[in-house]
Design a protein around this ligand. Sequence first.
Ligand SMILES: Nc1ncnc2c1ncn2[C@@H]1O[C@H](COP(=O)(O)OP(=O)(O)OP(=O)(O)O)[C@@H](O)[C@H]1O
Length: 276
Amino acid sequence: MSAAADTTTAGITTAGTTPTGATPDAGSDEARLAVELHGLGLRYGDGPPVLDGLDLGIAEGEFVSILGASGCGKSSLLNVLAGLTAPTAGWVDVPVDGAALMFQDSALLPWLTAQQNVELALRLAGVPRAERGPRARRLLDSVHLVRAHDRKPHELSGGMRQRVALARALAQDRRLLLMDEPFAALDAITRDLLHDELHAVWRATGATIVFVTHNVREAIRLAGRIVVLSSDPGRIAEICTVTDALRADPAGAEALAAELTDTLRKEQEKHDSAPR
Ligand SMILES: Nc1ncnc2c1ncn2[C@@H]1O[C@H](COP(=O)(O)OP(=O)(O)OP(=O)(O)O)[C@@H](O)[C@H]1O
């Protein structure tokens, strides 16, 4: 699926191929791109540009984190990738079947149980009725929640609700999963558990994940690449690769966290002092 600024500048491409102008920053030159941004810009109405000149390729199966100061345009970028907002410059290419979304708020239907919430997503995805129950159970099992399948959202903890939301996102069976600060409201221990579970799900499904956060340590914990956005307008300030070896090295991870925190602090100061 492609979205472009307008019909005169539209760059329509076939999903899953590597179109002309592919950016070289996906994990490998050989990689098939799941997401491609080319000169992407966004402004709301006649306001100032929120995003400007973003060029980025995300390979199939990559886990990329978008990190940036508050208000730099992270959610706006995710909305563009989700097809909810059209870019006002450049173009974006995402898989033809679109993306599954997960937000900070689980947004579960309160009158349905955990299993029914997941079954509803399966129904919307066109899964036949007879298959929905067993598949919902398997999805809940994959996020360690099968025993709470008959509880309604108000009977679940915040972490459990986000697990249901993750199972519901997985029920859509999309190759691209867009996550907007999904664990931001959780306590540190629950967040840590969910990081492990998300990684297990990612490995098992091979999905491409774009994960927005303003939490430097969360980005390092999860992503293979971290894309740091500048503010006013949001541009790619830095891209860093995080290896498993670095993750396993507390001193190295801490040094990277300090460096990224420093970059973010400077960006936040720039954002706060920008004329409005
Ligand atoms: N629908 C909209 N209409 C007008 N302006 C908007 C709209 N959505 C976002 N903005 C503006 O765009 C800028 C970027 O907002 P966005 O929510 O994308 O940033 P963010 O990096 O996700 O912020 P945060 O980390 O605080 O959630 C902000 O100045 C915001 O006020």
